[in-house]
Design a protein around this ligand. Structure first.
Ligand code: SF4
Length: 367
């Protein structure tokens, strides 16, 4: 047909200023970071540190923890001392917790300067303390907590309302010469998130934190987040992400990593290429694909593993992958780098794939 051979391309990133959340650069061309929030009681230091270790192992770059009480603020030094990744303290109303968080070694603070200005105008003092300590500040505007003044002006949490609120809040810090900011404008509706972030990207050069807030249960929330993030990231917009699904933080991190690796914005670790199944199926492919994914969870080398239900597409996909299985007649043909190496009973497929993966990567240096 004479169609041009277009290579798959990763998006060109929008130019932003760069800030640092501890040792993680955000914006300015830095890799897009993945973050989540702990769900433990922050004051329970051991439980919080355990969960931080779990999300770190899953590929989380930055952890945010809520600080709603004095006990939580008092726990911050013990948490930051042992956390393997930078900690952002999430504070809504109490300026004194912000100062405690900065003193405790938090790498960032998420605040709502509008609230702080309203209740106890300490924005200038926070800017000074954060600036002196090299602590970044995230301004987060959520549809659910939009300033009533802007709600009245716009009628609802429109993209314009979210962006005006965010820029006004940023200006409260800018007045004091503080610009180590990143901004999030969040809504439960992906289309509003897309429109708001486009507006914000045009209006400022701060790094942007993407999120579809209260996105929903695991599948719906991950899809809503992926839909919004993919469009924005393809336009180069977005410097750090959080997938806000009603599921364990480890699942939020995994979803974030899948979105980034699908777009070529983060190296892929494990890719399962598995068929959806049809009337030709000769194996319980849904169960088998899940078992293979679970067996390879945390495998230290990047691998593409094909799990295919019959001989129609099975051999072709298996040949394209590092490892593969093409099932039929109660057996699985095991492929390694395009070659059939053995045929095993269906009940031994997972074990055989793991075995071959270990053999295959034995020669490769650990990443
Ligand atoms: Fe159907 Fe076979 Fe394709 Fe799976 S690999 S979807 S069973 S044709």
């Amino acid at each position: 047909l004479g169609l041009p051979a277009l290579p798959a391309q990763t998006p060109v990133r929008r130019r932003t200023r760069q800030i640092h959340v501890g040792d993680v650069p955000v914006g300015g061309g830095a890799p897009i970071s993945v973050q989540t929030m702990t769900t433990t009681l922050t004051a329970d230091v051991d439980a919080t540190l355990r969960q931080i270790a779990e999300v770190t192992a899953a590929g989380c770059d930055i952890i945010r923890i809520a600080v709603p009480s004095q006990d939580d603020a008092d726990a911050l030094p013990a948490i930051t001392a042992k956390s393997p990744i930078p900690v952002i303290a999430d504070i809504h109303f109490q300026p004194r917790y912000v100062f405690q968080a900065i003193d405790a070694g938090c790498a960032g603070v998420r605040v709502n300067p509008g609230n702080i200005k309203k209740f106890d105008d300490k924005v200038g003092e926070i800017a000074k303390a954060a600036g002196a300590a090299g602590v970044a500040i995230r301004i987060g505007v959520n549809a659910g907590s939009l300033d009533p003044r802007l709600l009245a002006k716009y009628g609802s949490a429109t993209p314009g309302a979210l962006v005006e609120s965010a820029l006004w809040e940023a200006s409260l810090f800018e007045e004091h010469g503080f610009t180590d900011l990143k901004i999030a404008v969040k809504h439960h509706d992906p289309l509003t998130v897309i429109a708001a972030n486009r507006l914000l990207a045009d209006a400022c050069d701060y790094p942007l934190h993407l999120g579809v807030t209260e996105a929903g249960t695991a599948m719906q929330g991950a899809i809503k987040s992926a839909a919004a993030f993919a469009i924005l990231l393809a336009e180069g917009i977005g410097d750090t992400i959080r997938v806000s699904i009603s599921d364990h933080p480890v699942q939020q991190v995994k979803a974030g990593n899948h979105i980034l690796s699908s777009l070529g914005l983060r190296p892929r670790k494990l890719e399962i290429v598995s068929c959806p199944g049809c009337g030709r199926l000769q194996v319980d492919i849904h169960r088998l694909a899940g078992q293979v994914e679970a067996a390879f969870d945390g495998f230290p080398h990047p691998l593409r593993v094909a799990v295919m239900g019959c001989v129609v597409n099975g051999p072709g996909e298996s040949r394209e992958a590092d490892l593969g299985v093409s099932c039929g007649n109660g057996k699985g043909q095991i492929f390694v780098r395009g070659q059939v190496v053995r045929t095993v009973p269906e009940s031994h497929v997972v074990e055989a794939l793991l075995d071959e993966a270990l053999r295959l990567t034995d020669e490769a240096p650990a990443p």
